[in-house]
Design a protein around this ligand. Structure first.
Ligand code: NAD
Length: 510
């Protein structure tokens, strides 16, 4: 297979890498290297920022409605090219085609909400806040902003950031994951085709070297990050030290609480999809099931085991596959190491996915579904994010013990409760210390006009992604207090006067 050489996308054009450094992009279905992605050095990133800074001035001068017309066209173009984008995404990530379409679609939904950005960008106005004094505020773009995104949603997360950033009049520099950069590059082409001025949306490929330039260059005004928690914390701290806004979203350990009154067939169906879909490489994957009571646990394990036996693991292009390979061999090996640790720590391995081999694709990065029972909170397979097709079951004696598990866990991204009892669900949604909660909904990713964000080690910063928070994050507020001295309108130019004011006292609106 020939190895494609990927580029950066700067000023409306594909630019080859100049650093001489590359990373391999694999085909996870067969383990082959299918492309090399250039890793930018400092001067290349600085050139992207210079280009974006110039383009931003023009873009910000367009009126908000004219800007969103470009996004409207972009939405149409992405829909028209959905099959090709999904194909590209599947081929580098390894998620199934149907799931890849979902990745693009969930990103597009945020861009659709951004079509109403002129409304979100309106300021406030108070007439006669004091005698002859009006006060108003306006939202202005920040300038050039950066997005640093993970491998697991190569369309959705870049669009969650770029949509509101562009609609607000900023230029955007995206540093996508080096593991699957082709979809972001294709999105950059579609932005140009939609009429976005060159230089307003740029893709710079790279690793820590490129990221560090984005974090320290004073022309970058805000950084949006999604990825693992240690990097999220590093980006948040470094961006803040350099005077930038930052919102950084990290890893997860999402629990599902299963009450004894839940419909266990529905729960088991929901759990296998949410635990093993996309090979567990979702920040909202359910990785911990907490059945309440021994009887609930025994019945649940039996139903899960039945369903796991029926799972179809195939290539990302197999239309009947429930899930495909992991993104890299390193990702698969890391998952298998965790399974080994779980066994060593004394968890009961009910189904072991390590031996799975797909015939004809022996070098693909596949792992079967794994199920652990009798996991306890002190085990590393409970405490740490595995990010693979591994479901751990922690048995809880009662509701209070079940509630304490996600509440006291280091991560706080998503959680779900399965019950038929409204009172229990209401108590749970009120008290649990997690940012996104599902009631009989396994993956409660909020829709585009609400905000998305986890708590505790799953999120650093004070504003969430998409929804109204995104427009606050990507704009700065200017507040104007204006006073027009009286007299001129009466024709008394000479007599125009300033009302008596004590200039030495802090002004109040008495
Ligand atoms: P990652 O942290 O390895 O990489 C994320 C980004 O950071 C990439 O662009 C990468 O190039 C860059 N990066 C990596 N190491 C860096 C370093 N030392 N310095 C600077 N930049 C660096 O994450 P990943 O493996 O691509 O993605 C999986 C992780 O993302 C999981 O932990 C998952 O839970 C998390 N995630 C979280 C959310 C959320 O909304 N909370 C959503 C999706 C994924």
């Amino acid at each position: 297979m020939s190895v494609r050489e990927l580029t950066h996308f700067v000023g409306g054009e594909h630019i080859p890498g100049a650093s001489g450094r590359f990373a391999d992009v694999f085909d996870p279905n067969n383990g082959a290297v299918q492309a090399r992605v250039p890793l930018a050095d400092n001067s290349e990133v600085e050139a992207v920022i210079s280009n974006a800074a110039e383009a931003q001035k023009v873009w910000a001068s367009w009126n908000p409605q004219k800007r969103v017309r470009v996004l409207m066209k972009f939405v149409q173009l992405v829909q028209d090219n959905m099959d090709e984008l999904a194909q590209l995404l599947s081929s580098e990530h390894g998620k199934t085609l149907a799931d890849a379409k979902g990745d693009v679609q969930r990103g597009l939904e945020v861009v659709e909400v951004c079509l109403g950005a002129p409304h979100m960008l309106k300021g406030e106005y108070t007439e006669s806040a004091g005698t002859g004094i009006d006060v108003y505020s306006m939202r202005q773009p920040l300038g050039v902003v950066a997005g640093i995104t993970p491998f697991n949603f190569p369309a959705m997360i870049p669009l969650w950031k770029a949509g509101p950033a562009l609609a607000s009049g900023n230029a955007f520099v995206l540093k996508p994951s080096e593991r699957d950069p082709s979809v972001p590059l294709r999105l950059a082409e579609l932005f140009i085709e939609a009429g976005l001025p060159a230089g307003v949306f740029n893709v710079v490929n790279g690793d820590k070297t490129a990221v560090d330039v984005l974090l320290t260059d004073s022309r970058i005004k805000a950084v949006g990050f999604v990825g693992s928690t240690p990097i999220a914390q590093y980006i948040y701290e470094t961006a803040a030290q350099n005077g930038k806004r930052a919102q950084c979203f990290g890893g997860a350990k999402n629990h599902a609480i299963i009450m004894p009154d839940a419909d266990l067939d529905q729960v088991a169906d929901a759990l296998v999809g949410a635990a093993y879909g996309s090979a567990g490489e979702r920040c909202m994957a359910l990785s911990v099931a907490v059945p309440v009571g021994e009887d609930t646990a025994d019945r649940l394990i039996a139903k899960l085991t039945e369903r796991i036996a029926e799972l179809r693991i195939g290539t990302s292009f197999d239309e009947k596959a429930d899930f495909g390979p992991l993104v890299t061999a390193a990702a698969r090996d890391r998952v298998h190491e965790y399974i080994g640790k779980g066994v060593d720590e004394g968890a009961e391995l009910v189904v072991d996915g390590r031996g799975f081999v797909l015939e004809g694709h022996e070098n693909g990065f596949f792992s079967g579904a794994t199920l652990f029972d009798r996991v306890t909170p002190d085990m590393s397979i409970y405490k740490e994010e595995i990010f693979g097709p591994v479901l751990t079951v922690v048995r809880a004696r009662d509701y209070e013990e079940a509630l304490r598990l996600p509440t006291e866990h280091e991560y706080g991204n998503g959680v779900a409760i399965f019950t038929r009892d409204g009172d229990t669900a209401r108590d749970f949604t009120t008290r649990v210390e997690v940012g996104m909660v599902g009631v009989n909904v396994p993956i409660p990713v909020p829709i585009a006009y609400y905000t998305f964000g986890g708590w505790k080690a799953s999120g650093f910063g004070d504003l969430n992604q998409h929804g109204p928070d995104a427009f606050r994050f990507y704009t700065k507020t200017k507040t104007i207090t204006q006073r027009w001295p009286s007299g001129v309108k009466e024709g008394d130019l000479e007599g125009a006067h300033v009302a008596d004011t004590d200039h030495f006292v802090i002004p109040t609106m008495d």
